[in-house]
Write a protein that binds this ligand. Structure first.
Ligand SMILES: [Zn+2]
Length: 201
C-alpha cells in the first residue's frame, strides 16, 4: 500500500531540492530517503531505481523501489501523486504541465511497466476560483481543455487534469493554496516557499 504525504507551511519551505536540512527532516518523517527533481514545467519523466542527485529538467518521477520516496515541490501547481500495486509516481502539474500532458505521459509509462489499476491524488493547489489568467490565454486553453473553464478568465487545473486522466481513479484533496494561509502560495504572496507531495510504496 502506497504512503502519501503533503507538507504545509508549518514544516518549512522545501524550495531548494538539494537543501540537506529539510531533505533530511522529510526523510525522517516518511522513513525513507527522498528523491527530488529540478522542475522546469517540462513533460520529462524518469524512472528511479536508487536515490540520485536531484534529477535535472524533470517534472515526473516513477519508481518501483519501496525503499525510497519521491517528492514534487509546489506552491500553486498541482502536486499529483500516482500509485498502483507496484509503482508510485510524483508529478508536477501546472498550466504548462496540463498542456504538455506530463500526467498522462506518466500514466502511460506506468501502464507500460505493468501497472493495472492506477489511483491518483491531487494535493493542495490553486483552485478554479482563484487561478486567473489573461483573457486570450484562457480562451486558448478552454478550446483545447474545455474542462478548465469555469469562472471567467480563470483556469480549473484539477478539472482539466481529471479530463485528461479519465482512465484512472483521481481524487482532489480540495485545499486551495491561495485561500488557505497554511500553504505557500506564489499567487497569494509572491513568496518563494514551496511545500511538497511525497509518495512511496
Ligand atoms: Zn481558491
Amino acid at each position: 500500500m502506497a504512503r502519501l504525504l503533503f507538507t504545509a507551511r508549518q514544516f518549512g519551505s522545501l524550495a531548494d531540492p538539494i537543501n540537506q536540512k529539510t531533505n533530511t527532516e522529510l526523510a525522517d518523517l516518511i522513513g525513507k530517503p527522498v528523491q527530488f527533481m529540478h522542475q522546469t514545467h517540462s513533460n520529462n519523466l524518469h524512472l528511479i531505481s536508487t536515490i540520485e542527485t536531484a534529477k535535472e529538467d524533470t517534472d515526473s518521477l516513477i519508481t518501483d523501489n519501496k525503499d525510497l520516496a519521491l517528492a514534487v515541490r509546489v506552491a500553486d501547481c498541482i502536486p499529483l501523486l500516482l500509485y498502483s500495486k507496484n509503482l508510485v509516481a510524483a508529478v508536477h502539474v501546472g498550466r504548462k504541465g496540463l498542456l504538455n500532458e506530463v500526467a498522462s505521459k506518466t500514466v502511460a509509462k506506468m501502464k507500460s511497466l505493468g501497472a493495472e489499476k492506477i489511483y491518483g491524488l491531487a494535493g493542495p493547489h490553486i483552485c478554479g476560483n482563484c487561478y486567473e489568467v489573461g483573457t486570450q490565454m484562457a480562451e486558448e486553453i478552454y478550446r483545447t481543455h474545455p474542462a478548465t473553464k469555469g469562472k471567467k478568465d480563470h483556469l480549473n487545473l484539477f478539472s482539466g487534469l481529471k479530463e485528461q486522466l479519465q482512465d484512472i481513479t483521481l481524487e482532489n484533496i480540495d485545499i486551495c493554496t491561495k485561500e488557505n494561509i497554511h500553504y505557500f502560495s506564489y499567487r497569494a504572496a509572491a513568496e518563494a516557499g514551496r511545500q511538497v507531495g511525497v509518495i512511496s510504496l
